[in-house]
Write a protein of this length. Structure first.
Lengths: 630, 325
């Protein structure tokens, strides 16, 4: 038995990492519990990565498989770059929310389950029966189920345990992992800082009770050694990082329309932006949000619009206008599952081609993809700079995984270089033209309203250097050429993307290529596979348009190239699919067409972050196929 | 006026006077006899009379015959997308409340493809002057029915006659919470047209002026009954509204005293299409402007941004052992 009698506590088992999950019905605070656990571990110096488990419905029925709401926290002694594979320990507030997790193979075989036992003595015999059967089945499957009287113990302290159980569990988990109670108390005070003293006191009491309960009743003890950083770190999620990036970039205006999973960035920005003179405008729709941002940018204040896939589609016509008129604009797309309403709360990397080619006509845009939480912050600053320097639309492709994942990174040191220059109001020299395209770079100096002598009418029609409507076919091509050249000019300033794994530059059997949020999982896979003796490396792209230099040379050093992407691609094992009709994933398609290299792809779109174990299995399989062909 | 800041007054001292031709930017390519010409002439005169610096003036438009207007002004102009003039103009005004922002739109641009933006632009009540060129037809794309086309209109998309009742842009605008200035003009009474546009410009808020204009190409006879009979044009007068010259007063004897503060009466007048009411239907100078509510145009300094960013980062920072939080 794991429940203690009178024997002294076992010494803690030291671990390199552990994955913990807290799941409950929606509204029972599992996410807050897990977010706090992650923050406390990070404050102690552990690496962490959190992944939210979000029900798709607003008010799912209680005790339902689909209603599982919660969070997974991967805690490591080193830096953690992704959510990892399967869960080691799960705390569940009822047995139903567990079922879906088990069915989806999210739990490690033999994982420890700490389960609320109030259902065993429930008044409804049907609930008692389901509970008992489920527990038996879980034990039969080899899970270590430990039943806990969470409700009973919390009722000793609060009237409504539904609203306090999460902090009791936090205390319990902190004790199991030996996390510092003082730091935990600080964290609780911070979480409830907007509530009154009594609420903070009550939650601290619940925390302490949970901790004391674990001390007295549970024989589980783990230690994940932590190395406290010597420099200040910040712990926040991707959407918060994007919002802070907007603030740090010196942009004044964010125009948006609510859409999951992007909205939390705008929520946070709405709270803090006005304090530094910025503003968030909630427009009447996605199109208006984009047009509002274009208007503000045109008037000299480069603006941002934050959205998700369906919103990006709606904005496309306005983006075409911004490209044609060369108005700088930053668009953040926090990607979700698509097409259509798809999987609004779940991750997918499905918008790459829409960002690049979703518009009408030839509309070159810059596309960036942050690869970590830290990147989410800096990519907005970079995007604003590029947008203004080149007079271009810059799309930043984040996703639902980065949006909610937390990861510590060095605290940014503000620099005035990040800010936008003041609006130029100097007179325009006589004879200067608003689109005086440089013949080499395609760049031109933009005139802004308020500049004497610069009056002209910006138009979405094809236009000449004076912004006059072009009726001459040669003028149309001159404009197209200039707008296209700007992309090449930017490309000349980019550094080659570094290769991970191939330190000696000798190349090897397989190069994995990825973009965006999958970087951590891909690099962890490379490390594992190299540990197995396989010659695998990876290349991760932050710039998708233009692509950085050096990709051709890098690919040439490897026998095979395969992209790893979180979107759909046809599988060759399907009867109808062959080499001629296979639809490749987006990046693979781009690399194949640009470099004429036979790039393979492996992709997954299960609405979950891709796990390193799945990548490793795919690579092993692919390498075996090569060998059998050889 | 209280909203004029000291710096604007100082600039006024050495500001040059702008003549009418300073606002004339190219030869209009509208058909001869098109009502748009009358609107353009009134606009140019307005800019000159009000002494608007061309560099601080922006004409925003969508797509359609109406929306060519910015090209013929020698100010800044933004000829954007079909239906999207309002949000573009709002973004400009929010970023730069010091600019004079005008919107030139048409019955297709405003009342059809841009209808959602129109409704919300009324709600925002930003200080923008809007002219709806309403000729009851799509002209640029060569005669399709618009939302304001009369029933029975034979067009390329309604060869057997338009079946729906026309939309009334005045009652729609007056029905939206936040409407602060609604007026109607007709291109065949240019003197009144100018007076209405001047009052619209001087109103601080979203000034919506619907102008009934002739399309000689596709709707040549649409307004003939009204042109023939001055009694079928009703001029709205008031001490706080239009005051008519003697000449005009004797030509257009159908007059009605209407207080522009009376919203109920304004809605009543707006719903009448024969006689055509011309004048200021509604004006509420006290309706708050969105850009004021949002404190647009604040000066920002790097120090403020630095402090704000650091304050936020503090909330998420894990300090090394011994470091001060």
């Amino acid at each position: 038995m794991l429940t203690r009698s009178n024997t002294p506590a076992q010494p803690a088992i030291e671990l390199a990492e552990h994955i913990v999950e807290v799941i409950s019905d929606s509204g029972e605070g599992a996410q807050r519990c897990g977010q706090s656990l992650a923050a406390i571990a990070a404050r102690m110096g552990n690496g962490i990565w959190t992944t939210e488990i979000i029900p798709a419905e607003i008010q799912p029925p209680a005790r339902s498989v689909a209603g599982a709401s919660g969070i997974r926290i991967r805690i490591g002694s080193q830096q953690v770059s992704n959510g990892g594979d399967q869960t080691d320990l799960v705390v569940a507030f009822n047995e139903q929310v567990l079922i879906g997790r088990v069915q989806a193979r999210e739990l490690k075989p033999g994982a420890t389950i700490l389960l609320e036992n109030m259902w065993r003595s429930h008044l409804d015999p049907a609930i008692v029966q389901t509970y008992t059967r489920t527990v038996e089945a879980l034990r039969g499957d080899g899970f270590q189920v430990i039943e806990l009287p969470l409700e009973d113990r919390c009722r000793e302290l609060v009237d409504d345990p539904r609203k306090g159980k999460n902090m009791f569990v936090l205390g319990l988990l902190c004790r199991l992992y030996g996390l510092d109670a003082g730091l935990a108390h600080e964290q609780i005070a911070r979480v409830f800082r907007k509530k009154d003293e009594a609420v903070i006191r009550s939650n601290l009491a619940l925390f302490d009770a949970g901790s004391a309960f674990a001390e007295a009743e549970l024989d589980l003890r783990w230690r994940i050694p932590a190395q406290r950083a010597t420099e200040p770190q910040v712990v926040l999620n991707g959407n918060t990082a994007i919002a802070l990036g907007v603030m740090a970039s010196g942009m004044d205006i964010c125009a948006m329309y609510p859409i999951t999973p992007a909205t939390s960035a705008s929520h946070y920005l709405s709270e803090v932006f006005e304090k530094v003179g910025g503003l968030v405008h909630q427009a009447e729709d996605e199109i208006a949000a984009c047009a509002f941002a274009v208007g503000a940018s045109y008037a000299g204040k480069c603006a941002v619009t934050i959205t998700s896939g369906p919103g990006l589609s709606l904005k496309q016509e306005v983006l075409g206008l911004a490209v044609m008129a060369e108005i700088p604009l930053v668009v953040v797309d926090v990607q979700r599952g698509g097409p259509s309403t798809g999987q609004p709360t779940k991750v997918e990397q499905g918008d790459l081609l829409a960002a690049l080619y979703g518009g009408h006509g030839d509309a070159p845009k810059v596309v960036l993809a942050p690869c970590s939480i830290e990147d989410c912050f800096y990519s907005v600053i970079t995007a604003r700079k590029i947008a203004e320097t080149f007079g271009m639309v810059v799309v930043v492709l984040s996703d639902a995984s980065l949006a909610t994942a937390q990861q510590p990174f060095p605290r940014p040191q503000f620099s005035e270089d990040w800010l936008a220059p003041p609006v130029d109001q100097t007179p325009v020299p006589p004879g200067a033209k608003p689109y005086d395209w440089d013949p080499v770079t395609g760049l031109s100096r933009r005139f802004q309203p308020g500049q004497p002598g610069g009056m002209h009418t910006v138009t979405g029609l094809a236009h000449d250097r004076a912004s006059k409507v072009a009726y001459d076919p040669a003028i149309n091509e001159e404009g197209l050429r200039a707008r296209s050249l700007k992309l090449a000019s930017l490309q000349k300033t980019l550094r080659p993307a570094p290769v991970f794994g191939d330190d000696d530059g000798a190349g090897g059997d397989m190069l994995l290529v990825g973009w965006g949020s999958t970087m951590g999982a891909i690099q962890e896979s490379v490390t594992r596979l190299r540990g197995e003796g396989l010659s695998v490396s990876s290349l991760h792209l932050r710039f998708l348009n233009p692509l950085p230099p050096g990709i051709r040379e890098t690919m040439a050093r490897f026998r095979r190239v395969m992209t790893i992407e979180g979107c759909w691609s046809d599988r060759l094992e399907d009867e109808m699919i062959d080499a001629d009709n296979r639809r490749y994933s987006a990046l693979a398609m781009m690399l194949r067409s640009r470099f004429l290299v036979d790039v393979d792809c492996w992709s997954q779109s299960r609405g979950q972050p891709i796990k390193p174990a799945d990548i490793c299995a795919a690579v092993r399989r692919a390498l075996q196929t090569t060998e059998s062909h050889a | 006026m209280s909203r004029r800041s000291l710096s604007q007054c100082v600039i006024k001292l050495h500001e040059e006077h702008h003549a009418l031709e300073d606002y004339q930017g190219g030869v209009p390519r509208w058909c001869s006899g098109c009502g748009d010409n009358a609107i353009l002439a009134a606009m140019q005169r307005l800019c000159s009379d009000e002494g608007l610096a061309p560099e601080n003036t922006v004409f925003v438009s969508g797509i359609g015959c109406s929306s060519r207007l910015p090209h013929y002004m020698k100010t800044y102009g933004f000829h954007g997308l079909h239906g999207r003039a309002f949000p573009v103009a709002e973004g400009i005004k929010m970023a730069r409340p010091d600019l004079h922002v005008f919107v030139s739109t048409g019955d297709g641009d405003c009342c059809s493809i841009g209808a959602a933006h129109w409704i919300h632009a009324i709600r925002y009540n930003m200080n923008i002057t809007v002219v709806l060129h309403d000729n009851h037809v799509y002209g640029l794309t060569k005669k399709q029915a618009s939302p304001t086309s009369p029933r029975g209109l034979k067009s390329n998309t309604t060869p057997y006659g338009a079946m729906l009742e026309p939309m009334n842009p005045l009652t729609v605008t007056l029905g939206v919470q936040g409407a602060s200035f609604v007026a109607q003009g007709v291109d065949w009474v240019p003197e009144v047209l100018y007076d209405i546009m001047l009052a619209a410009f001087r109103h601080r808020g979203f000034s919506f002026v619907r102008i009934l204009q002739r399309c000689p190409e596709f709707m040549p006879k649409a307004f003939d009954p009204w042109l023939r009979d001055p009694q079928r044009t009703q001029l709205l007068t008031h001490a706080d509204g239009l005051q008519l010259s003697t000449g005009l007063s004797s030509a257009y004897r159908n007059q009605r005293v209407h207080d522009p503060r009376d919203l109920d009466r304004a809605r009543e007048i707006a719903s009448v299409d024969d006689p055509i009411p011309v004048g200021i239907l509604y004006r509420n100078p006290d309706a708050p402007c969105y850009e004021d509510l949002r404190h647009a145009g604040q000066l920002r300094s790097p120090a403020v941004i630095r402090a704000g960013l650091n304050r936020e980062l503090d909330k998420y920072t894990v300090w090394p052992e011994g470091a001060a939080a």
